[in-house]
Design a protein around this ligand. Structure first.
Ligand code: FAD
Length: 393
């Protein structure tokens, strides 16, 4: 028997939690992503290029700054911000990452760790995307252990700071106007944040090539060789790694939404495929084992989205702590990795062809799984919270 299909992956109607303006905003993002990004993104992915020709379109959407009130930011709130991240990722995880780095990590560093004057100076132009930001924390030899292990140094010299060291994996950094560099002060041994402007002497970037995931994201290896930064570019409220961690708490929640979007995109492609692909004289979606894959995918997407929505509510109420974001990031990325694998399986051989999109989600999910704290590290954050015992060392 054929019935009307519930093809909407917003299975528990979470979009209804947004107000009319929020829903309209989300629809505009969806329309742009489906009409302007989806048809061309595989081309950029193959070439490891960023679609700079779409930048005016991205600007027109007015996405950055949903999390921040004031400073010419749209301030739509945590739920809308998260649902936008999901919406972007459901078409392309690289584009979602581009916005996550700019609007989350870079603008979030300034919003949470900058002085009032610094916020007024940088946030409005970043919200308008006249200037693009990046966030440089990870180093070639220091990833999970950044809290205690940063080797990039900052030496005070009068009214300036001199930065020396290297950074690895820094998204957007090949073209960003502002790169937030986290370095250990030789004065007090604490981690501090610096806004390094494009073109500063001694600051060099080289693009990381041959990635198998998020190939549209422009990641850079950065060398800092005696880079001089004025004191007014030091984030005035970043006094130790605890302040850096506030930024990660904010953005890990965004990555959980992003993972949910990546899983959702793969599920939606798989569902459409299952309804039209014929084998044994009927649509494969009519086979019980195929339905099992689809329902498992939808369960993962739905559980992740509901978890993220609750986390957004906690953030909105100022109740979210590190372990809340860490649990969501770990849980949703694991569920994503399962879901994209099942989607690939459902498409059979066609699942490995880029033109069917699911293969790109499978590859991209590997980077989302590991960045902004691996599953192990986020698990240790939650483990410490629930036992009161740190297992980090
Ligand atoms: P490692 O820290 O070397 O870890 C290797 C393995 O060991 C992992 O499985 C890890 O979980 C495990 N491990 C480590 N310590 C422990 C422990 N104590 N207990 C158990 N297991 C442990 N960084 C930025 O600063 N800015 C960016 O814009 C940025 N963008 C990125 C984009 C991409 C595509 C990628 C892949 C990474 C990006 N990163 C960025 C870096 C990212 O945050 C790190 O890759 C991540 O934190 C993990 O560090 P690592 O890769 O050095 O792995």
């Amino acid at each position: 028997m054929t019935r009307t299909a519930v093809t909407d992956a917003d299975f528990y109607l979470l979009e209804q939690s947004l107000d009319d303006d929020g829903r309209q905003f989300l629809r505009r993002v969806r329309e742009f992503m489906e009409k302007s990004v989806q048809p061309v993104i595989n081309h950029y992915w193959t070439r490891e290029e960023f679609p700079f020709d779409l930048m005016d379109g991205f600007r027109g959407l007015g996405i950055p700054g949903q999390l921040y009130q004031g400073y010419d930011c749209p301030g739509g709130g945590y739920l809308l911000d998260g649902m936008i991240a999901m919406e972007l990722a459901r078409v392309d995880p690289s584009i979602s990452t581009f916005f996550g780095v700019h609007g989350g990590l870079a603008m979030g560093s300034i919003f949470l760790c900058g002085s009032e004057e610094q916020k007024r100076r940088w946030l409005p132009e970043m919200a308008r995307m006249e200037k693009i930001g990046a966030f440089g924390l990870t180093e070639p030899d220091v990833g999970s252990g950044v809290a205690g292990g940063l080797t990039t140094t900052a030496r005070r010299d009068g009214n300036e700071w001199v930065l020396d060291g290297q950074k690895k994996w820094i998204g957007n950094a090949t073209f960003a106007d502002y790169v937030i560099i986290w370095a250990r002060s030789l004065e007090d041994d604490q981690v501090k944040g610096f806004v390094v402007e494009k073109g500063t002497p001694g600051f060099e970037t080289s693009k990381q090539t041959d990635k198998i995931a998020l190939r549209v994201v422009q990641n850079a290896h950065i060398t800092l060789d005696g880079v001089r930064v004025p004191e007014e570019n030091r984030l005035q409220e970043a006094n130790s790694f605890a302040d850096t961690a506030k930024v990660l708490r904010l953005t890990r929640a965004g990555v959980a939404w992003q993972a949910t979007g990546c899983a959702r995109g793969a599920y939606e492609h798989a569902l459409a495929y299952a309804r039209q692909r014929q084998q044994f004289g009927r649509a494969i979606g009519g086979f019980q084992l195929v339905q099992d894959l689809l329902v498992k995918m939808l369960s993962n997407v739905t559980a992740s989205a509901c978890l993220c929505a609750r986390l957004s509510a906690l953030q909105q109420a100022d109740l979210a702590e590190d372990h809340h974001s860490a649990l969501a990031k770990a849980f949703c990325t694991v569920r994503m990795r399962e879901a994209v694998g099942w989607a690939r399986e459902l498409l059979g051989g066609n699942g490995i062809l880029l033109e069917n999109h699911v293969g790109r989600f499978v590859a991209d999910s590997e980077a989302i799984y590991s960045y902004e704290g691996t599953r192990e590290i986020n698990t240790l954050v939650v483990g410490r919270a629930i036992t009161g015992l740190s297992a980090f060392v």
